[in-house]
Structures are given as structure tokens and as C-alpha cells.
Design a protein around this ligand. Sequence first.
Ligand code: NAG
Length: 436
Amino acid sequence: MLWLVSILFTLSEINAYKYLVVNPLPVKSHSILGDALVDHLVDAGHEKLMADKNQRFDAVIAEWNYHDVYVGFAALFNCPLIWFSSVEPHWMVLQLIDEIPNPAYSTDMLTTDYTPPLTFNQRVVELYTQFFTRFIQIFYLSGLEHDVYNEYFAPFIRDRYNTVPPFEELRYNASLMLSNSHISMNIPIRLPANVITIGGYHIKPNIKPLPENLQKVMDKAKDGVIYFSMGTNLRSNHFPDQVKQDLLKMFGKLKQTVIWKFEEDLPNRPNNVHIVQWAPQQSILAHPNCLLFITHGGLLSTTETVHFGVPIIGIPVFADQYVNVGRAVKKGFAQRVDLSYSLAVDLEKAIRNVLFDSSYTTRIKELSAIYHDRTVPPAKELVHWAEQVVKTKGARHLRSPAFMMPWYQKMYLDLILVSLVVLLVLKYLDAQLCFA
Ligand SMILES: *[C@@H]1O[C@H](CO)[C@@H](O)[C@H](O)[C@H]1NC(C)=O
């Protein structure tokens, strides 16, 4: 696991907070999100410094990835913790700052692509998923987390303060959650006051101009451009030769220009097909001639497509891509095609559907308008709340009252108990009176 700590100094001396950003996944799409987060804070005049036992931080911003051990950083630096969640708020992160939401209408992020209203079977699957995952968390993961905390954090914390706060207390002590999501792309489940949605913050307001060759290709495409990229997970050498040839032949039949991001150039390439090893995705999507985006449906790509208002054909291959594409299909701006040996045939059908039926484009333009219609841009929101957490020493005013009471009180089990006792007493008195 890679702990990425950014070192950046700023010239400004006043009002600069020190944030430690913990970005655990050595995955390109995640580091894009982490880098952008750091960029915005640095742009706002704040510092970052290398983690060091003698170092001081005003807040820790840690990406949540199926464990909670980074809360140890907050204890080490004696500062507030801000969780960063790279996907829309789901029960596993919400339980850290509030309560587990009702599985009858809030779905698990990775296992299912259901959209409310759920059927009977889907509700059972969701309930089972929560129970099963909680079971693993409590009886397996939690032990590992305690081990990591005790081994890697506790000694340093003890060194500094002589006492070590219990891990379970830290686990439920985060100040805020920054969520890489937005209502235009999500299901509007209710959220606690300390969840701040900043989806789209990684897209800079000034899109870089296209390289000259691509600019020319896109400007000249009078029938529009189809942009095809499977991101960084699925590489060209994973494609069987026959599928590559079929795709080329199929693209060649279209009157649109195709820009295909692929690691290798292919022989017998039709004139309307351009293969690029590297593609400035945002700049391509921003071009007015871009009609359609064929994508794996990763969250960054789906966010960018909503940002720029381009309909998609989703070919999901990994993790949350199935959920994202399923969502996009339900929202009406996407068709889903599955990876298979008949990819070219299926893709051709989908391309014709999306291009001939204007509803896909209409729908994505509507969602894009909702996405852009915010009181402040997401980058501003991110900086504002990260600052507020520091200014208010942990934003306790946003803390959910759900943490103030034990579970049996929330479920009124104490009332049930009291009622039972009263009933029993009455019954007993009644029996005594009858005998009297
Ligand atoms: C919980 O967070 C608050 C605010 O950041 C902090 O003052 C408090 O010490 C934390 N509690 C523990 C046990 O670390």
C-alpha cells in the first residue's frame, strides 16, 4: 500500500493551514482525484508537508478504502480527520459519520447496480449484503485494523502524548466527509450535514487546448466525432486480434470520425479512424463536434461525460463501472455493451441507437445543466469546508446526534423493555387482585 504524501510549500505565510492528504491506492484514476484535491488547496494558499514524527498538521484528509486505520493519523497529529470518498455516499462510509442507511432504498456500491424502487428480491440481496459485510468487518477486518493501529500508530502517539486513544473511539470521530459525487449523477438519498458532495472538482475550469493534430481532426469532422477509450484498466494487448480487426472494419463503415485511444497502432486503419496512444480526454469531450463517448464507465469518465454533456456507450469491465453504467442507462444517456467476441457487432448496434435517437443527447444535456447549476463550483466547496473544519477545530457542530446514543436506545429497545415490565407488573397485580 502506498501512502502518498505531497510536499509543497507556499509563499504565503499567513492563514496557510497544513493538510496531510492520504491517498492509498496506486491507481491512476485515484491519484488524479488526490492530485486535484491537493492542487485546489495549494491554489487557495495552503501548505503540505512531508509526514514526520515531529510534524504538525491542521487536518488530515484520507481516502476511504475499505478500512478505517487512517484515523490513526488524526490521533498522531492531534487534529481533525476529513474522509474523502471517491464514490457516491454508501452505507459503509455513512456508518462512520452517522448511521447505516436503510438497505431497502440505498444500495451497496460494488455488489449491485439496482436502482430504487427495489423489488422484493433486490431488497433481500441488499439486506443480506449489509449483514454479510458487517459480519466480515466486525469479525475479521476490525481485528486487522486494531493490529495495524496498535503496531504502526500507537507507539508514535504514545511517544507524543503518553496516552493512546482507543481505535473504536477514533473510528467514529471524523469531522467531515468529502464525497466525489453529485446529485445529477446519484440517487438523492438523505445525507448527514457533514457530507459535502464535490463531484467534478477534478475538472479544471480552463480546459487545456487540444494538441494541434487532434484539433484539426475534430474541427474537420463535419459528421461529428466518436471518442473511444477504455481508460487505463483494459489495455490493447488484452484485445484478441479478431476483435481489433472487427472493430476497425465496423468503425470504417461509419461516416463519423473515430478517435480511438489505444496503446498500439493498427494496420489497415480506415481513413476516418485515428488511433492515439494518449488522449486529452477532457479536451476531446469539450469539443462541440464530440457526439459520443465509448467508455468503460469509470467514475471519472462518467463524471466528465456529464460535465461536458456527451452521451455514452458503456463497456464495464471492473469494480464500480457496472454500477455507473447501469445508472447511466437508467438515467437515459447511455447504452450498455458487454465485452465479448462479438463486441464490434454489438457496438455497431449501440452506436446507431445512440446517434439516431436524439433522446440520449437531450437527456445528457439536461443532466449536464443540473450538474452545472450549483451555488458554488465544487472546488470552492471543497476548500471552504476543509477550512471550516480547521477553523472550528473539528466541526463538532456538524456531528450527527446519532453518535450520542447507544443502538438499543435508537431502536427503542429500552421502551419495549419498560413496557414489558409494566405489563408484567399489571398482570401480576391483576392476578393478586383476582385472588383477593
Ligand atoms: C475527536 O475529534 C475532535 C475534533 O477533531 C477532537 O477534539 C477529539 O480529541 C477527538 N477525539 C479523540 C478520541 O481523538
